[in-house]
Design a protein around this ligand. Structure first.
Ligand code: FPP
Length: 320
């Protein structure tokens, strides 16, 4: 199955009036200039939700599919450009009972068939990541149909991670890079070794190349990862892409999660100080953006000054 990458910049139009009154109050408290471009959600707790009600696990998944549509529609109303949902991991595929896997596949199919019209009404475009080629053929057909049926939409890109594992994604990207290099060497009539000697390995494989070969190549990295059901782990989800994402964990189980809870997570996101490894709010006399490494004092000299200062026998550390 061929998946067309989505445009990185979906267009926007205001549909805030379509939010529920509760959502409108929460939305009004958000800073429109600090909205995330991409939110990724680990939807967890379907089984526990069912267990608490003495129901079968599959009813938890069914209720979870309802939550998916509520959250997608709120995301589209607030013009969130990208929403990615972890719907089915490689590990789920390998380690869950066959009956549960086959129920999840049926649920996915009926979700897509039942919601494509609503996706179109909400200008949502369907996209998928994962080893989707390993899913049952009839599920792939429905996925393809849903994607094609929404391909013209310009609002939120809804990406379902299906048969997805972040480590496998990196393996697939590495294999693709290598295959492309081998093909290029063939085309030029030289060996791979000769090809790599022309530009050097650094020019051929860097962070940009790896990013460009991931399933998410045409999407911005997630700004926020939400996990429901209180578990504090990432579970092999978008490991490369979430290097600088904020993480929001809620005890709420996925079948109880609604658009209002998405907006609460956005409030928490906006309260964070994102630094990307830098020092956003440090006073200007301490931060010298164009500081050159070559002009820094040697570490042992600084260490000596600090030690002297601690022992009260040296002047304050010199500032340049
Ligand atoms: C985790 O709950 C959730 C999943 C394994 C699958 C997620 C599936 C859905 C939300 C429904 C279907 C989705 C779509 C897009 C139609 P769990 O079973 O691990 O819960 P537990 O940890 O409480 O047992």
């Amino acid at each position: 199955m061929r998946i067309t990458p989505p445009s990185p910049f979906p267009s926007t139009s205001s549909r805030i009036h379509e939010l529920s009154p509760e959502e409108q109050i929460l939305f009004a408290q958000l800073d429109p200039t600090r909205m995330p471009r991409h939110v990724a959600i680990i939807m967890d707790g379907n089984g526990r939700w069912a267990g608490k009600r003495a129901l079968k696990r599959f009813l938890g998944h069914q209720q979870g599919a309802e939550s998916v549509q509520f959250v997608v529609e709120t995301a589209s109303r607030i013009d969130l450009p990208f929403l990615t949902l972890y719907a089915f991991s490689l590990e789920n595929n390998l380690r869950r009972p066959k009956a549960e896997v086959s129920f999840l596949m049926k649920l996915l199919k009926s979700y897509l068939v039942g919601n494509v019209k609503r996706m179109n009404d909400n200008n949502v475009r369907m996209n998928y990541i994962g080893r989707t080629q390993e899913l049952p053929a009839e599920v792939q057909d429905t996925m393809q149909w849903a994607m094609e049926s929404t391909v013209k939409n310009t609002g939120t890109v809804l990406t379902l991670a299906l048969n997805y594992g972040a480590r496998s994604e990196v393996v697939d990207a590495t294999r693709a890079i290598l295959a492309n290099l081998i093909a290029e060497a063939h085309q030029r009539g030289c060996s791979l070794e000769d090809l790599l000697q022309v530009d050097g390995l650094d020019a051929r494989i860097d962070e940009e190349h790896i990013t460009a070969h991931l399933y998410t190549a045409n999407m911005p990295d997630p700004d926020l990862v939400i996990r429901t059901s209180g578990e504090q782990r990432i579970s092999n989800f978008l490991l490369w892409q979430i290097a600088y994402a904020e993480i929001f964990i809620t005890d709420r189980l996925w079948p109880d999660f609604r658009g209002a809870h998405l907006l609460e997570a956005l409030q928490a996101f906006q309260s964070r100080d994102r630094r990307f490894g830098g020092l956003n709010d440090a006073p200007s006399d301490e931060v010298q953006p164009d500081e050159n490494l070559a002009t820094l004092e040697p570490a042992d000299q600084v260490a000596e000054e600090i030690e002297g200062q601690l022992n009260g026998r040296a002047p304050a550390i010199s500032r340049r």
